[in-house]
Design a protein around this ligand. Structure first.
Ligand SMILES: [Zn+2]
Length: 248
């Protein structure tokens, strides 16, 4: 199967809430399903953890959860050929953006474990190996949903789920790019929960997303510096709910 297209505006937020859409996913209070132990969120690129599960993490942190982030890549590949920032400069900028974003979620200064895998070249085996070293009994791992649609996300989903199974810990799954290319009716929401975000968590998530300035605005007018998370993409992350697939 060829990779789905992540170009253009993608499926609009209105469509996701239309017939066969997200209203049908069973709802839950995120605080009521908060995992008992440490939460380890595995992000292919800096921002994925915020886009996919930031509101839920904000609720869980406020309730006392310890949250750790696993940075699979440093996100150095978001603007290939940029005349403005080198890949190394981009990686540094994105690390700072993440630090501010996680603080905006109320996570304080959580531990960020870097795997240092190449952006746009993530291997599932490398994720599985890197994550296996970090997991301990009682953890709950959040990884991208299988088939999220970006090659780095799919490799992280695969390797992350294998590491979780190997460590015998619970695995949850969050979508990011699935919202772009998929449509209601083409996604199975079996096992998914629609976690209702309180207003404070919605605001915290918006503030966190606003920290990713290299992604939400062009680096320059040059086409190689174009915006990554354009308005139609961001609209899907302003929902007052996050859909996650929980343990089977
Ligand atoms: Zn990503």
């Amino acid at each position: 199967m060829s990779a789905p297209s992540l170009r253009g505006d993608g499926t609009s937020e209105d469509v996701w809430w239309g017939p066969g859409g997200l209203d049908a996913v069973p709802g839950a209070d995120p605080a009521a399903v908060r995992p008992p132990g440490r939460v380890v969120v595995v992000a292919p690129h800096p921002d994925d953890e915020v886009l996919g599960a930031g509101g839920t993490l904000a609720v869980w942190a406020a309730e006392g959860s310890e949250v750790a982030v696993v940075a699979v890549t440093d996100g150095e590949g978001s603007h290939p050929g940029s005349p403005t920032l080198t890949p190394a400069q981009l990686a540094m900028r994105r690390a700072v953006e993440r630090e501010h974003a996680l603080a905006a979620l109320g996570l304080g200064a959580p531990v960020v474990h870097r795997l240092g895998l190449p952006d746009a070249g993530v291997g599932a085996d490398d994720v599985a190996r890197g994550l296996a070293r970090l997991l301990r009994a009682g953890d709950t791992v959040l990884v991208p949903v299988a088939g999220d649609g970006h090659p780095d996300h799919d490799a992280t989903a695969d390797g992350g789920a294998r590491a979780a199974a190997g460590a015998g810990v619970t695995c949850w799954r969050y979508p990011v790019w699935l919202w772009h290319w998929a449509r209601p009716g083409a996604v199975s929401f079996v096992g998914a929960r629609r976690l209702f975000l309180p207003a404070g968590a919605v605001r915290a998530k918006a503030a966190a997303i606003a920290c990713f300035t290299t992604q939400i605005a062009p680096l320059s007018p040059d086409p190689r510096d174009a915006v990554i998370l354009a308005e139609p993409v961001l609209a899907r992350f302003r929902r007052d709910a996050e859909i996650v697939w929980g343990p089977r």
